[in-house]
Design a protein around this ligand. Structure first.
Ligand code: HEC
Length: 460
């Protein structure tokens, strides 16, 4: 006996095959009208563009031109066809055949094909109703912030054709302790801002008299951190280091911080606090500019479950094997691993290498031998280092080991190699390893100590 459900399925399959073949043959029979109908119009293309391109290609964002209207898209159609065929755009280095993340921007093969056909047909607008472009809040992914923290002084950046790395201190003085749901960095020079990473400093009661004093920024060539922190008046009044909450402010073009409800994540800011933007990286330019960026602050409830963060590799909890010494004209692979001793729910991961990175792979091996995929990047791209957030947390049982492999290409074939001929490159030390010409191999991840039900957690 065939179960009833199967019969039903078969029935629909037959109807589908029948419908498909009849329409196919009637198309083939030279029914021109019917054929034209199936050609894409802007109405279909617009949906692909709005979702995958417009968030960055709009006024005030990082994309070099706008993709909002039919005219914008038509004008750039040859370029669009090219960058989608080659999968250069939208930028998304993580391999979608390995793991999936929220806000994943990847075109399906059919979408790329549709864009190509539309382009080759002369990019017609068509008569179908075109939905309007999505609404964006100016200067924010989220809407109107509760407050804004501005740079105290604009940072002058020389147009000397080199990268710039700098530190900025933004003092915060509040009437009372406050809870923040998230911070959003808004760069004033979108085309140049590559990457920003900032920490929150909460000063304990009475150990900081005047946070406003001291240097507010330092550009490029600082070497001695302790001395720099003294000049910037970052240290506690008794000279000790204050406690930082790392990576509270993170920026990458097109990146929006993941946000969870129900008191998951968020920060407490004490009355006396500061944001220290420690790794601001601006790309080279030939024009002098000033950076007067700011941070949008969105208040929230008191965090019930703070998010933790840790890292393997450079500056992290695990050693790189062998040592990260990149010999000239060599492609080399390095490994680092750490065993996690408690049950955790991993929310996001952030692979980090510099210009010589070639590929990156992280997975976990549970004590019973299961492999848990975390992330694979087949073709490393220094410019697009996202914090990748899982659609639902990856649950890691205590006793599980995280393995990370990184391959580096220190040959002339690597188009991003800054040295010709290639020379030996190492991790460097302290702040200097932030320089893109030195290397890093890091796997950062954010997590919650596991609680039952975390399997179903979703960012808002
Ligand atoms: C995450 C932000 C982001 C998204 C999403 C994005 N772009 Fe871009 N796009 C950029 C930036 C930044 C540049 C300039 C730097 C570069 O070329 O890498 C750029 C460059 C381009 C270029 C110019 C290439 C050249 O050198 O002339 C084209 C064409 C383009 N994007 C089309 C698209 C299309 C089509 C989509 C969607 C399918 C898209 N972009 C999605 C940020 C983005």
């Amino acid at each position: 006996m065939i179960p009833l459900r199967l019969l039903f399925e078969k029935f629909f399959l037959y109807v589908f095959v029948y419908a498909f073949t009849t329409s196919f043959f009637s198309n083939c029979a030279g029914d021109e009208m019917q054929l034209k109908k199936t050609e894409p119009t802007f109405a279909e293309i617009a949906l692909i563009i709005y979702k995958n391109c417009t968030p960055c290609h709009r006024n005030g964002e990082s994309g070099p031109f706008e993709l909002m209207t039919y005219e914008d898209v038509k004008k750039n159609i040859n370029k669009i066809k090219f960058v989608t065929q080659t999968r250069y755009m939208p930028p998304w280095p993580a391999d979608p055949n390995y793991t999936h993340f929220t806000d994943e921007r990847i075109l399906a093969n059919e979408e790329i094909e549709l864009i190509k056909r539309w382009a080759e047909n002369g990019a017609p607008k068509g008569n179908a109703f075109v939905p309007s472009p999505p609404l964006f809040h100016k200067g924010s992914f989220f809407g109107k912030p509760d407050t804004v923290i501005k740079f105290k002084q604009a940072v002058p950046i020389k147009g000397n054709g080199t990268d710039h790395f700098y530190i900025v201190k933004l003092p915060i003085q509040l009437k009372k302790d406050t809870f923040v749901r998230y911070f959003e960095f808004v760069p004033s020079q979108r085309q140049l801002a590559h990457h920003v990473n900032g920490h929150l400093i909460n000063y304990l009661k009475d150990n900081k008299k005047d946070i406003e004093k001291g240097l507010t920024f330092a550009l490029d060539d600082f070497k001695d951190y302790k001395e720099l922190y003294r000049q910037m008046n970052i240290l506690n009044d008794d000279g000790t280091f204050p406690v930082l909450t790392p990576n509270t402010v993170y920026y990458l073009p097109g990146y929006a911080p993941p946000v969870y409800s129900n008191g998951i994540g968020g920060y407490q800011i004490s009355k006396n606090a500061a944001i220290l933007l420690k790794n601001i990286h601006y790309g080279p330019s030939n024009q002098d500019v000033v950076d007067s960026s700011y941070i949008n602050v969105f208040y929230g409830p008191k965090p019930k479950r703070p998010i933790f963060e840790t890292q393997l590799g450079t500056f992290g909890i695990s050693k790189i094997e062998p040592n990260l010494v990149l010999l000239p004209n060599k492609i080399q692979t390095f490994h680092t691993k750490a065993t996690i001793n408690q049950d955790i729910s991993i929310l996001s991961v952030n692979p980090h290498m510099h210009l010589l990175g070639k590929s990156f792979w992280a997975f976990a091996l549970s004590p019973n031998g299961d492999t848990i995929p975390l992330i694979k990047i087949k073709k490393w791209d220094f410019r697009w280092q996202y914090y990748y957030t899982y659609k639902q947390p990856v649950i890691i049982k205590g006793g599980t080991t995280i393995h990370v492999y990184g391959t580096f290409d220190n040959t002339n074939k690597n188009p991003f190699n800054p040295n010709h001929p290639p020379k030996m490159v190492t991790e460097g030390e302290g702040v200097r390893s932030m320089q893109t010409t030195e290397e890093m191999f890091q796997f950062i991840f954010s997590y919650l100590p596991y609680q039952p039900g975390d399997e179903f957690l979703k960012p808002d």
